[in-house]
Design a protein around this ligand. Structure first.
Ligand code: LMR
Length: 408
């Protein structure tokens, strides 16, 4: 190789801790294999369906679309207004009724390629607007959080999230880290359905966390990828409302991947809650510069699907019903799995019942995970992160038996 070659003297990068496992699952020829790895919704048959509301929206788009012109840098204005209504919807209020600060012009929303694009844009803004800041992430967290901070070049630190037995939130430890951070630092919180632990603060605990964040002049970044899969679309925003109540600046990284099951369409949004209208407008200009240098303008089709659904009361109601059905299936699988572990004598896993969203940690080490993969064709993520959506009436007893056997 010449010195100019890209591949001269470099070793390979590690495979992705989540999608690398999905690739290994795909390559596994064993028909009995079970995929509990990536955070995607699956039906009883293991298929990730296209929602009926999405199909209907696509049918309409096919009939009525007239152009594939570039979207504006920050996304289609109709879509971003609808996404704002979705993220900031007030409890008990009709869709479109927003907190007062929206009318004050303090909220700007940009359409990003997926939730990852939204987190990336949030971190880019931290880098541009708070160059001294460090980003704090929970331990454990979604592995892409520190990876994105590294890619942007923002230093990151981790703070404890749970008690050492990973059974409950360690609120004191979280508050100690908030105390230890320097003013201007950013904290990435999981707005709902903590990934990977499933352990969320209560609404009252969120208020305590939000108050501490505001008092210490920190910037909360809420990763809201799982909105709707914990306590519902509005209930899950208890975290966001706690921060809003303090009046602090907030960045919210939302995603339509999970709640619309639009994984490959890459629809996400970054919502910027600024101190005032002028600040919101100014931050928006920086966000647009960052976008232009990264993906230029967002992809069209997925956003058009979301806009079609959210702008039609009937279709939106149908979609909300589908979100409820996904959530209930995941919760049913969670309960069934805990019961199956108990009947296998696997020990006390009752704490999993209070977990929210797709994931919990079973606390398995790498060697145990390898045995599950090699001997049983069961695929989980590090520390035994299980995606309950991948279970079924047939798979639940198989997985519970295999896990119990490992723990004996
Ligand atoms: C996950 O955590 O499995 C999902 O959020 C998929 C991803 O992008 O990692």
């Amino acid at each position: 190789m010449s010195n100019g070659s890209l591949s001269a003297k470099i070793s390979s990068a590690p495979s992705d801790p989540i999608f690398g496992i999905v690739e290994a699952f795909r390559a596994d020829p064993r028909p009995e294999k079970i995929n509990l790895a990536a955070g995607v919704y699956m039906e009883e048959d293991g298929v990730t369906p296209i929602l009926a509301s999405v199909r209907e929206a696509e049918r309409r788009l096919l009939a009525n679309s007239t152009t594939k012109l570039y979207k504006p840098i920050g996304g289609d204005p109709v879509l971003v207004k609808l996404l704002r209504s979705l993220i900031f919807r007030e409890p008990g209020a009709p869709f479109g009724v927003l907190p007062a600060i929206a009318n004050e012009g303090r909220i700007e929303v940009l359409h990003t390629p997926g939730g990852t694009g939204a987190v990336r844009l949030a971190v880019e803004l931290v880098n541009r607007l708070r160059p001294q800041a460090e980003i704090w992430v929970s331990d454990p967290t979604w592995p892409n959080h520190p990876q994105i901070a590294d890619a942007v070049g923002v230093p990151h630190r981790s703070h404890p999230w749970t008690t050492t037995d990973v059974r409950a939130l360690d609120l004191d430890a979280v508050l100690q880290s908030i105390n230890a951070a320097k003013p201007g630092d950013a904290f990435i919180f999981h707005g709902a359905c903590h990934n990977p632990t499933g352990i969320d603060p209560t609404a009252a605990q969120w208020r305590v966390i939000a108050e501490a964040v505001a008092v210490h002049s920190l910037l909360p970044i809420l990763d809201f990828a799982y909105q709707g899969l914990g306590d519902g679309l509005v209930g899950d925003a208890a975290s966001l409302r706690a921060f809003l109540a303090t009046g602090c600046e907030i960045l919210v990284a939302a995603s339509a991947s999970k709640n619309f099951a639009l994984y490959d369409e890459r629809v996400g949004a970054l919502a910027i809650v600024a101190e005032d209208k002028e600040a919101a407008a100014a931050i928006l200009t920086h966000a647009k510069v960052a976008i232009r240098a990264a993906w230029s303008n967002p992809p069209g089709h997925g956003g058009e699907i979301v806009a079609e659904i959210l702008s039609d009361d009937v279709l939106r109601a149908q979609w909300e019903g589908e979100v409820t059905a996904m959530r209930e299936r995941i919760n049913g699988n969670r309960r069934a799995f805990v019961a199956a572990l108990a009947s296998e004598g696997a020990g006390d896993f009752s704490h999993l019942l209070t977990g929210r969203g797709m994931f919990s940690l079973l606390g398995l080490n790498d060697a145990q995970l390898k045995r599950l993969r090699d001997e049983q064709a069961i695929y989980l993520v590090a520390r035994g992160r299980i995606n309950f959506a991948g279970l079924s009436a047939v798979k639940t007893p198989i997985v519970a038996k295999a896990v119990a056997a490992l723990l004996r």
